[in-house]
Write a new protein. Structure first.
Length: 309
């Protein structure tokens, strides 16, 4: 039987399929359901120091095989989130990646330390949400100097615990490969690519008005697969030794194989989980096992980075 086990830097995953941040990631019960379905790791919904209400509804719109959303990073705040992380870790061995979102490097450092204290297996910096620009300005992921400061601050805050650090990048920058080099230089253990794309807009043809309350929202799902695959490829080219958690547009095994070939060692699934439910993790694991057997492979390693040969 082939093994699905993989690694993201120092973190060992029993399967390469990871729950992406923002989908079923707020409550312990839904995280446990995803873990029980066989996810290799779960990522929590991004949390900030204080609770946030997010944008008013409508803030998530299904859009032809994906979504456009401007949830606006609603979350219960770090104190409540730490309880969720502790409860999950007390009853489940599946690795938990805690996603955090701050307004300054100091806030990112504080959040990273709090999640490490709560027992998270890794901390993921969400520096790339496109839906809160009116509130927070250009995302850190689009500004190399700011990105360097945020990554350095979080890395320092995690030095004591040794908790691995991931940084989630965005296509909203001049060169995603260059941004990956910046975070690798500050000690990021892996990068996550990509966040939602855009922002975009959907207009109700009847009324002629934007559908989302925020008007603009991040686009996800099948439509962004080629963009995410190209982002993973660019990062692998720029940083051949930096592990990559691909995120964007994956719902079928053939999508996952593209992400592996581009250079990803694991693939996070977001929109397709919203669509198909946690069972997608069981399905993809079975399909990947069959694919490895068909190719006579013992693990996914030979499939990773093939596009660069
Ligand atoms: C409704 C929704 C909420 C999201 N919330 C977050 C979030 O809180 N933090 C984050 O880093 N990404 C968030 N994302 C982005 C996803 O984690 C992922 O990067 C993106 O959707 C692309 O993957 P997909 O095509 O598989 O959905 C959200 C996406 C959706 C659709």
């Amino acid at each position: 039987m082939p093994s699905l086990a993989t690694t993201l830097g120092p973190l060992r995953l029993p399967s390469p399929f990871v729950l992406a941040s923002g989908i079923l990631g707020t409550y312990e019960a839904s995280l446990l359901r995803v873990a029980a379905a066989g996810a290799g790791a779960v990522t929590t919904k991004s949390c900030s120091l204080a609770p946030r209400a997010g944008h008013p509804t409508p803030c998530v719109l299904p859009w032809r095989g994906g979504f456009i959303n401007a949830v606006g990073l609603s979350n219960p705040g770090v104190a409540e989130e730490a309880k969720v992380v502790r409860a999950f870790k007390a009853s489940c061995r599946t690795p938990l990646i805690a996603s955090v979102f701050g307004a300054t490097p100091e806030e990112f450092a504080q959040l990273a330390a709090a999640m490490a204290d709560a027992g998270a297996d890794a901390v993921e910096l969400n520096v790339s949400c496109p839906n809160v620009q009116s509130e927070f300005g250009t995302p850190f992921a689009a500004d190399a100097a700011a990105l360097k400061r945020v990554t350095a601050a979080a890395k320092k805050a995690l030095a004591h615990s040794g908790t691995p650090l991931a940084v989630k990048l965005s296509l909203q920058c001049a060169s995603i490969g260059e941004m990956a080099r910046v975070v690798e230089g500050e000690g990021a253990d892996w990068v996550v690519a990509i966040n939602t794309v855009g922002p975009g807009m959907v207009i109700d043809p009847e009324t002629g008005r934007p559908v989302l309350s925020n008007k603009r929202g991040g686009v996800s799902g099948t439509a962004i697969l080629p963009l995410a695959v190209r982002a993973v490829y660019d990062i692998r080219e720029a940083c051949p030794h930096l592990p990559i958690l691909a995120t964007g547009g994956a719902s079928r095994l053939e999508d996952v194989l593209q992400h592996f070939a581009a250079g990803a060692g694991a693939v996070a699934i977001g929109s397709a989980v919203a669509d198909e439910g946690p069972a997608i993790f069981t399905r993809l694991a079975k399909e990947l096992e069959e694919e490895l057997s068909r190719r006579g492979l013992g693990n996914i390693a030979p499939l990773v980075g093939r596009a660069h040969a």
